[in-house]
Design a protein around this ligand. Structure first.
Ligand code: CA
Ligand code: CA
Ligand code: CA
Ligand code: CA
Length: 253
């Protein structure tokens, strides 16, 4: 039904090129549209936390995982000095904190999603990012790559640690200003404790888009979070052309 409506819209507005549909995504709350999802290490049994400490996190989680994720300054703990997920942000996110720990000495984590992008082009990926902490360029890295049908990987979101920003000011939900050195930047945008949606184009077309999140991180009180992966694409014109030609043919008869 939705497809038919989109086709009609694209035909009527044939001069407007970018008519994108949401063709995949993951909100970590059961609303995902994907072919597969793999997260390693797998901490799904413990709300994203590693067994030995709830301040060590990788995977799908929420604000209840620990007090570094939760900003309770406007809620249960007015003296809170650290947190990303505000009192009203109760849904699930993908979080990373202190990835190098006794349960994961290698210090890396990976998330892989496969999306069906068959019959779509101009693939465009959007993700909401938030973070807080005193990061280091030497040991903290967060990178998303995209590849179509197993082709060459394209880096679409890459972190840089801004060790020149001493300090950077975060504002908790209560309004309290917290100064911390060395924030994380993604694609040139400083990521703070308010979610920001960043977008990136993926070159090429094909059937399967593989999105890979590679994290490496060491240290406590360094929280990196993302939510709402959205894969957009424009329907391929082949079917539109056929529809258009069919219409001409009918008129001539
Ligand atoms: Ca807190
Ligand atoms: Ca969510
Ligand atoms: Ca630092
Ligand atoms: Ca670190």
């Amino acid at each position: 039904m939705r497809k038919l409506v989109c086709l009609a819209g694209a035909l009527a507005l044939v001069a407007v090129p970018a008519y994108a549909d949401v063709i995949g995504g993951d909100d970590f709350d059961g609303g995902g549209i994907y072919m597969s999802r793999t997260i390693l290490p797998d901490n799904s049994a413990l709300n994203g936390q590693f067994p030995s400490s709830y301040y060590d996190v990788f995977g799908i989680t929420d604000r209840t995982v620990n007090y570094d994720f939760a900003d309770d300054s406007a809620g249960s703990y007015p003296a809170d000095t650290f947190g990303v997920l505000k009192t009203g942000k109760l849904d699930h996110v993908f979080g990373v904190e202190d990835l190098t720990n006794p349960d994961n000495p290698g210090g890396t984590g990976i998330g892989v999603w496969e999306f069906n992008i068959d019959s779509f082009f101009d693939i465009f990926v959007e993700i909401d990012f938030a973070a807080m902490g005193d990061f280091e360029a030497s040991n903290d890295s967060y990178v998303f790559t995209a590849r179509i049908d197993g082709g060459a990987p394209q880096v679409i979101f890459a972190s840089t640690i801004r060790e020149d920003l001493d300090p950077y000011s975060y504002y908790l939900e209560s309004g309290t200003q917290i100064n911390i050195n060395d924030p994380v930047e993604v694609n040139g945008v400083i990521i703070n404790n308010n979610f920001q949606t960043l977008g990136a184009a993926v070159s090429g077309t094909g059937s399967v888009l593989t999105l890979t999140f590679d994290a490496s991180n060491d240290g406590g009180s360094e929280v990196f979070i993302f939510d709402n992966i959205v894969v957009n694409g424009v329907p391929e014109p082949t079917s539109l052309l056929l529809l258009g030609l069919g219409g001409l043919f009918l008129r001539r008869r």
